[in-house]
Design a protein around this ligand. Structure first.
Ligand code: LHQ
Length: 266
């Protein structure tokens, strides 16, 4: 186990699985500047770690993440006006872009309530599994703000404009079950089955063809802004690249040999 000591998060890599747990349970794992800095540091280490093949993000305690810590001095309205844009630029933009650009699958295990930027952090991940008792709240409208961390990007793409508008303007709590039914997340599972289910998925991804999965992610992430022709060309280029990989060779050999493949992520 290769782990680093942090105060607001837990982070370690073992057996190809990087685990990042938001760990300020008494504040419902809301983000302050210090926690952002630790997450940035962990993601920088992860990018340099060639043993890691999947990232799992989850929360400690009863919540996943309540978004921005509204009591943090960096964002608290006071006599001196605060520039929230600076906080977004310093913290949330690199976080969301960092996860999207990470060359491996990112699984989000939503163990409890995900509110504000916490909800949209989950949506920025590649596979989101929520416990049945979890929920999603676009809380921004309740304090006069706009959904950030990609909320206005991901929501209409995932659930359509009508539902995106309802969520963003009313700020209602969406149950994990409805989130799955609406196509906001991959799956909602019973609370008792949650840890097992998340573990099964990350184990599967840790022994999958990592380069191929990274290419799937790259293609999906640009597909909205691309024409069909552009996307077909991208698929061609990615397929060309992957056709030279060890994992493609192994996958085909295993299929023809009627045995389980041993992918190395190369
Ligand atoms: C919190 C928080 C919290 C501090 C619970 N902060 N203490 C980006 C950049 C710049 C500026 C602003 O925003 C952003 C992005 C954003 O994320 S804006 C949205 C920020 N988040 C929210 O507005 C959500 C606020 N939290 C809630 O609405 C509720 O806490 C939820 C619905 C998440 C959970 O409700 P409950 O289960 O009833 O728990 P609770 O409200 O009793 O919270 C437990 C404790 O955690 C409590 O403290 P206390 O000392 O009374 O035990 C809360 O004050 C604290 N807490 N969220 N974001």
């Amino acid at each position: 186990m290769n782990s680093v000591a942090y105060e607001s998060i837990q982070y370690g890599v073992d057996g190809g699985i990087a685990r990042l747990t938001l760990n300020r349970p008494d504040r419902l794992n809301s983000f302050n500047d210090a926690m952002h800095a630790e997450v940035r540091d962990a993601l920088a280490r992860l990018r340099e770690d060639d043993t890691a093949r999947v990232l799992l993000i989850t929360g400690a305690g009863r919540a996943f993440c309540a978004g921005q810590d509204l009591s943090d001095r960096a964002v608290a309205p006071s006599a001196i006006p605060v520039d929230l844009g600076a906080s977004i630029e310093r913290n949330y933009m690199p976080l969301v872009l960092g996860l999207q650009r990470l060359e491996m699958p990112v699984v989000c295990g939503v163990n409890g309530v995900a509110a504000g930027a916490g909800a949209n952090l989950a949506l920025a991940c590649d596979i989101v599994i929520a416990a049945k008792s979890a929920s999603f709240i676009q809380a921004f409208c309740k304090i006069g703000l706009v959904p950030d961390s990609g909320g206005t990007y991901f929501l209409p793409r995932l659930v359509g404009r009508a539902r995106a508008m309802g969520l963003a303007m009313l700020g209602d709590r969406l149950s994990a079950e409805d989130a799955a039914q609406w196509g906001l997340i991959w799956k909602c599972v019973e609370d008792e089955a949650f840890s097992r289910e998340v573990e099964d998925v990350v184990q599967q991804l840790a022994s999958a063809p990592t380069r191929g999965l990274a290419a799937i992610k790259r293609a999906m992430n640009v597909s909205d802004g691309n024409s069909l022709e552009g996307q077909l060309a991208m698929e061609r280029d990615l397929q060309r690249e992957l056709g030279y990989s060890d994992d493609y060779r192994e996958g085909v050999a295993a299929f023809l040999g009627k045995r389980a493949p041993q992918f190395r992520g190369r």
